[in-house]
Design a protein around this ligand. Sequence first.
Ligand SMILES: [Zn+2]
Length: 168
Amino acid sequence: MKNECRDWLQECIKAFPKLKKYSIICSYKRISSKSLGRVKGIVQTQRTIDPESLLLEGEAKIRIKRKTTSNFNIEINMNLEKIENPMLRKQAVKYVIIHELLHIENKDLLTLSKNYKKRKNKKIHKKDFHNAVLEKFNIAREHDKLPSIKNVVHMELAMNTIFSKVKI
Ligand SMILES: [Zn+2]
């Protein structure tokens, strides 16, 4: 199955030089919430056991260490796949990808709760954040030879309109 999101991620990542060292995957996914997309950090769990305690006393002292890695998984709400116009779909999906890439760059998901709902409620979607998304988005639009968009309110409004159209 073709994964257009993966190709578009490659175009978007060019606007994020700092993220080139990370391993990021991207695909459409059924997302029940009202979100257009989300990003998950992949957390590695390491189990260690105290060998002396086990071998000499028969007691299993296990420690679990959780470590965030440089692997991330961006999920795009699969409803966006229903946008029929391919270039419109590409622009909408790229906007969502860039939003999530900025969360990775800002380390929002490392510093904040791993629980997505909790994270969403924190104040990470300030106006500055959306301005920064739009700035990166305009860089990514150069690749598609499209004019830049100046007004962040218009852009968010357009995304909301697109999303409500493809919801059902
Ligand atoms: Zn967000």
